[in-house]
Design a protein around this ligand. Structure first.
Ligand SMILES: [Zn+2]
Length: 71
């Protein structure tokens, strides 16, 4: 895991930052909202604040670039 893949988030409860890595090379788009009808990977992270709040991040596949037709 390299540092450049790490993404920064803010805790939804206290605003403290925390870092998260994508679970793999495919699911790289992070979202705090669960997307209906889309397969995602759910991961929980603790914030860096004293209270260690649990934050859930959903990881999704990027939209396939080949599906976009430029005409
Ligand atoms: Zn927090």
């Amino acid at each position: 895991m390299s540092e450049e893949n790490k993404k920064k988030f803010s805790c939804s409860k206290c605003g403290e930052s925390f870092g998260a890595y994508p679970p793999d090379d495919i699911y790289k788009i992070a979202s705090v909202d669960k997307r209906e009808g889309e397969k995602g990977i759910e991961r929980s992270y603790m914030c860096s604040g004293d209270s260690k709040h649990k934050n859930t991040i959903y990881w999704y596949k990027p939209a396939r670039p080949f599906a976009i037709s430029k005409k």
